[in-house]
Design a protein around this ligand. Sequence first.
Ligand code: PEP
Ligand code: MN
Length: 280
Amino acid sequence: MKNLLAQKDGELLVSRICQSESTQIDVKGCLIGGEQVMVIAGPCAVESEELLKETAFKVRAAGAAMLRGGAFKPRTSPYSFQGLGEKGLKLLARVGEDMNMPVISEIMDSEDIGLLADYADILQVGARNMQNFALLRKLGQLKKPVVLKRGMSASIEEWLLAAEYILAGGNSQVILCERGIRSSEPWTRNTLDLSAVALVKELSHLPVMVDPSHATGVRSLVSPMARAAIAAGADALMVEVHPQPEKALSDGDQSLTPRGFSTMMRELGPVARAVGRRLR
Ligand code: PEP
Ligand code: MN
């Protein structure tokens, strides 16, 4: 490894040199980083109780272990739907409880950590906040798992050092999420960096998740990239699903229908088995 990571490798908490065995994170009985590949699914944003319930019911039936749903949405335009806020979090928590699915939602502002921690089982740091060091330091004091998405132009080293902020604060429950990086390619929203998945598994003991939805931005590419992610060694997948993607308030183009999700899940099983894993 280059630069900082090379010099400090042995001293860094994220490093495999510091800890050789892979970290496993138990989220209400769902183990991330073990033999089983964990699949998280749900809408980009929590929109309504009916849509969330329908989505949760269908993705769980298809094999998703956890439910996702943004309540605080980082949108490029301030005029786009910003999420339901606390109301959305409450809905997510309630539906997750009813369905017996742990839930994950994004934290945007460190002032909301207490709120998120009250309702979500995993807090997600979005790509746009990967280097929000004040937020990362506060999450270091939390006793809940954190998914740290890779910044859209972040190097692997910057990503691992961002995780180091959380670990250094005392929170060792960090899951790294590859969600595609910016490239010159206009056909896809981002470019899924699968070499990062394999490399980070070498460099670090932390579990690695892949988000093929934001990585491609294209519905038809989600399933093939999910298969590729498992083959590359991903411990978990996070996939956007919406019952009516064409009406979704955000990220409809990359959202699978429940039926598409169910087809994807059937296709993932053989790939997982081929690399010595199982789907939960
Ligand atoms: C999301 O998961 O809905 C999201 C905003 O992801 P990212 O931070 O990867 O863009
Ligand atoms: Mn989204």
